[in-house]
Write a protein that binds this ligand. Sequence first.
Ligand code: HEM
Length: 156
Amino acid sequence: MTKTLSPETMAIVKLTAPALQQHGVAITTRMYERLFVDPEIKALFDQAAQASGEQPKRLAGAILAFAQNVDKLHVLEPALARISARHVATKIKPEHYPAVANALLPAIKDVLGDAATDDVLQAWGEAYWFLADILVGHEKTMYDEADQSPQDILCT
Ligand code: HEM
């Protein structure tokens, strides 16, 4: 991990956990509505998992787990490794991450309304990029390993 979140940001993120528990799926469903306005981003996703509601549930679960464990992130390592593996399988790259930030933060505001104060949105903006940096780091290692794998040569 390259940097840490400030104690203030961690405290705000942790305080939002109950709201995320209650409204997480509404937030991620709204987030995907905003995200899929871009057809190139939409094409990265399996639309069957969207239609069944599975993908919004998985993302809401990941965000809630992050909020609950922001002060002990090592417990999330296995889950983060799994997410990164899925991202590498679906060819997610660092340049895709801003689109999710730009969809997620307004979606939090859309759903939580006045409860999403400027401080809450600021804290979640920092938390998103902190989490994104961890995932991008894992994904870079996985892409690099795949590039060096002798398997690649055998398969081509
Ligand atoms: C901090 C940011 C992110 C988090 C916390 C996150 C979380 C997740 C989770 C929990 C899954 C499900 C993993 C599983 O199947 O067990 C997933 C899958 C996926 N994510 Fe992300 N993600 C993030 C960023 C992104 C970005 C930036 C993109 C691309 C725009 C993206 C695209 C995908 C895709 C395409 C899948 C596979 C979904 C499918 O099966 O169709 N994610 N992500």
